[in-house]
Design a protein around this ligand. Structure first.
Ligand SMILES: Nc1ncnc2c1ncn2[C@@H]1O[C@H](COP(=O)(O)OP(=O)(O)O)[C@@H](O)[C@H]1O
Ligand SMILES: [Mg+2]
Length: 316
């Protein structure tokens, strides 16, 4: 089934008329920060694809493109309604990739619950919904969990509003979760997986369902520090070959995504205290792909884009 889906979307052969004129969709606030844009535009040019770098939050005619490729729309969490309505409009003008149903599913970390139910080893997560008695849930959580914990929004990116707290910081935890919930947001409560401090997290990047490359990202949350105030927390990236158990978990996670094979995906893993890789995030909307960190990655992605046949845009 998934093999069929892949074949359908990635027909092989040199003469495939795939995407020829595409928009690489960024945000005004991210345009100068996205390090993937330049190598990707170059690789696309080399592959004979015309690429235009356009911000979602600027006025454009989105029709006439073979594909609107979501890249660095990194400010969407703070402008959610505006962004989703843009995505709906844009996807009626031209094929949005990854597609709107995937975007809707992936924008909210509740998808981790669905993947956990499908048997994927996910970072242990308690969802806090508006109206939850946070102090009571936290007390129950601390009965059996960890020295430190993380509270972060269900719809969030770039570590914004993510807070690492010691178990003694109960009041701060209740206050932070309370603020998110009072704003109508759902939140995630997780044990802080402290091996990330030494080992970092591993991000595995897939194009058309095929593993392309992986990197190491150093731990981002400092104990006792407030949440980042920038568009995203500064990241320290280095080379890392994914271990076989990480590759296996990443493949299981991708196989459990309830859609056809995404053109691009990034799977972020952290090892738990027993050393088991656990899914922290599966990113199908606007992940950095760290193309400059892996020789050949930009060309692989460009080739996949060229051969990809998106589902037709819904007519206006
Ligand atoms: N449970 C956790 N254990 C350890 N580190 C975490 C945990 N949750 C988040 N982090 C840290 O916070 C960063 C941001 O969290 P993440 O879940 O990736 O959200 P997003 O990137 O969407 O803001 C991660 O890259 C990691 O460094
Ligand atoms: Mg992340």
């Amino acid at each position: 089934m998934r093999g069929d889906a892949l074949q359908k979307h990635l027909p092989h052969g040199a003469d495939v008329a795939g995407s020829r004129r595409i928009a690489l969709v960024t945000a005004e606030a991210a345009r100068s920060l996205d390090e993937d844009l330049s190598p990707l535009a170059d690789a696309l040019h080399h592959a004979g694809v015309e690429a235009h770098i356009l911000a979602w939050d600027a006025a454009h005619d989105w029709s006439g493109f073979d594909m609107l490729l979501l890249r660095s729309t990194w400010d969407y969490a703070a402008r959610l309604a505006e962004f989703v309505s843009w995505a709906e409009r844009a996807s009626r003008a031209a094929p949005l990739v990854n597609a709107l149903p995937m975007l809707r599913w992936n924008i909210d970390k509740h998808y981790l619950g669905a993947l956990a139910s499908a048997g994927v080893p996910v970072v242990s997560t308690t969802f806090l919904e508006p109206g939850t008695d946070v102090a009571a849930v936290l007390a129950g959580f601390l009965d059996h969990e960890c020295a430190e914990l993380v509270i972060k929004p269900a719809i969030g990116a770039g570590s914004r509003d993510a807070l690492r707290l010691r178990r003694a910081d109960r009041a701060a935890a209740v206050a932070h979760a309370g603020r998110l919930l009072a704003a109508g947001r759902s939140a995630l409560l997780q044990p802080y997986l402290s091996r990330v401090d030494e080992e970092g997290e591993t991000a595995l990047i897939f194009f058309g369902g095929e593993f392309s490359h992986s990197i190491r990202k150093a731990a981002l949350l400092k104990s006792g520090a407030g949440p980042t105030t920038g568009l995203f927390a500064a990241e320290t990236i280095s080379a890392r070959d994914a271990a076989p158990d990480e590759l296996a978990v990443a493949r299981r996670a991708l196989a459990a995504v309830p859609f056809a094979v995404p053109l691009y995906a990034r799977v972020d893993l952290i090892r738990d205290e027993r050393g088991q890789p656990r899914l922290l995030e599966l990113e199908l909307i606007e992940p950095s792909l760290f193309l400059a960190h892996a020789p050949g990655a930009a060309a692989r992605f460009a080739d996949c884009i060229r051969r990809f046949t998106p589902a037709a845009a819904v007519p206006l």
